[in-house]
Design a protein. Structure first.
Length: 106
């Protein structure tokens, strides 16, 4: 199902070693037919300049994305913010996967 004309890349970390440290490398999966929109943007200038940018991504049903993944959109890498949500229509048929994204700079 095509939700929009955007393409994202799901970046999955390779995992952790027995001590819990991240392993090098990652797997990347390109997903087309997505729809990505702005969610929030905040700026804090207390002790340092920090900008937090949020997006909401609507991905085709069945897209494999996890809270530990990152998503690249328009060349920018965002962290998945919380658990992705699978949405159904009233008939119970899968409609889309909704993913909140966040990027912190500064």
């Amino acid at each position: 199902m095509k939700l929009g004309s955007h393409t994202v890349t799901v970046v999955r970390p390779a995992g952790q070693d027995p001590l819990g440290d991240p392993l090098p490398g990652s797997a990347e999966t390109t997903v087309g037919g997505c729809f990505v929109q702005p969610r929030t943007s905040t700026e804090a200038t207390d002790l340092r300049d920090t900008v937090i940018t949020g997006l909401i991504a609507f991905l085709p049903p069945g897209t494999d994305v996890r809270a530990t993944d990152k998503i690249r959109f328009n060349g920018v890498l965002y962290a998945v913010d919380g658990d992705p949500d699978a949405w159904d229509v009233l008939s119970g048929r899968a409609h889309h996967v909704e993913v909140a994204l966040r990027r912190v700079e500064g």
